[in-house]
Design a protein around this ligand. Structure first.
Ligand code: AKG
Ligand code: FE2
Length: 268
């Protein structure tokens, strides 16, 4: 794993709100990520649409089901995924980019864009989550080559600096986000094609989306969202379990090590 990042890469991330780390995983690591993620997703799908952490497969013809097969919190159901997601090296890279002293997992999530899948509309991530932080971020690992043809990610550089916590859903209209942020229409989008095994990190407030999958093969990605240690509850439920959610008051620190494991902390 190429988990040593340079000051230049940190500076690029802070300026643009995203960074591509090509060939982040070596061949044997990529093989594990591909096999275990596929296995964990297959197990989830076999449990059927009633499973509470499988969001969108109830109606396979629904628009969103054709944006991606989305399986959340695979670390909770697959030991291999748990090992991959709890890797402190990922936490260190995330914390270093974000400039925070500790980092917790918010949730992991497989995002498999199906063959001939719909595009991912422009959106922000952080407003979906139960904390509001300018330092939240995600890793997105390409399990297949992500190309201009099969739905690689696109970013609007620098938007993390001017984002408010307003958002839109990932719906059928690619451009809904620009109704909320018309000032972003003039920003040139940056495409991020990358080979399988590459990692793309983005700030939870950077505008991003992905193109349609024009190919007859899936475009698979494994992602994990990170919360800076010390972030506080904002009233949104998102992935919080019912009983934990019911126990929280806005402003409480989200420090439950079961729901949101601390995977890295600066020593000393
Ligand atoms: O994989 C995609 O198409 C979108 C990914 C995304 O929105 C994310 O990782 O936050
Ligand atoms: Fe996203």
């Amino acid at each position: 794993m190429k988990n040593q990042i340079t000051d230049e890469q940190v500076a690029f991330y802070r300026e643009n709100g995203f960074i591509v780390l090509e060939n982040f995983l070596d061949a044997s690591e990529l093989d594990k990520w591909q096999r275990w993620t596929q296995e964990a997703v297959d197990e989830r799908l076999a449990q059927g649409a009633g499973f509470h952490l499988l969001n969108n497969q109830g109606d396979p013809d629904a628009y969103y089901a054709q944006v991606f097969t989305q399986c959340l919190k695979l670390a909770d159901s697959h030991p291999g995924m748990r090992e991959l997601m709890l890797d402190p090296r990922l936490g260190e890279v995330a914390a270093t980019l974000a400039g925070t002293d500790g980092i917790r997992i918010w949730h992991d999530q497989a995002l498999f864009k199906p063959p001939f899948g719909n595009p991912t509309a422009w959106h922000l991530d952080d407003p979906y989550w139960s904390f509001s932080s300018k330092d939240s971020l995600s890793i997105w690992v390409a399990l297949d080559d992500a190309t201009l043809s099969n739905g690689c990610l696109y970013y609007l550089p620098g938007t993390h600096k001017t984002a408010r916590y307003e958002n839109v859903g990932i719906g059928e209209k690619m451009a809904d986000l620009f109704k909320v942020y018309p000032e972003w229409r003039s920003i040139e989008p940056v495409a991020c094609p990358c080979p399988a095994g590459s990692a793309v990190f983005h700030n939870g407030l950077t505008a991003h989306g992905a193109g349609a999958n024009m190919t007859n093969k899936p475009r698979r990605a494994m992602t994990c969202a990170y919360m800076p240690d010390g972030a506080t509850f904002n009233g949104v439920k998102n992935i919080l379990p019912d009983d934990y959610f019911a126990s929280l008051t806005i402003g409480d620190v989200l420090d439950n090590d079961v729901t949101n494991p601390l995977i890295w902390r600066k020593s000393g």
